[in-house]
Design a binder for this molecule. Structure first.
Ligand code: FES
Length: 104
């Protein structure tokens, strides 16, 4: 179990809790912060997040497919953007900071 600090679309920072093994997208969606329209099939980009440098280091880089999809939205930021449906949270992620990507 851990906590993440999320800046939502309105610019408000929220603290959310998660259990080890949760996908980041599920935590955001279940708290009403992202639509995650495709349910984690990696085809909608509505779960786009921009991670702090520390958080990006902990989660690892975006895959080529992620980069291609996020680049297509016009909002891709190198060393920050990820699809949250591809990030599985564990104890190592406790305290990470992120912003929601621009709302699609
Ligand atoms: S939920 Fe659709 S790409 Fe992540």
């Amino acid at each position: 179990m851990g906590q993440i600090l999320v800046t939502d679309y309105s610019g408000t920072e929220q603290t959310l809790t998660y259990d080890d093994g949760d996908k980041l997208m599920e935590v955001l969606r279940d708290n009403g912060l992202v639509r995650a329209e495709c349910g984690g099939m990696q085809i909608c980009a509505t779960c786009h997040v921009m991670l702090s440098p520390e958080a990006y280091q902990k989660t690892g880089p975006a895959t080529d497919i992620e980069v291609e999809m996020l680049d297509g939205t016009g909002d891709y930021k190198a060393d920050s953007s990820r699809l949250s449906c591809l990030i599985k949270l564990d104890a190592n992620h406790d305290g990470i900071k992120l912003e929601l990507g621009p709302e699609l």
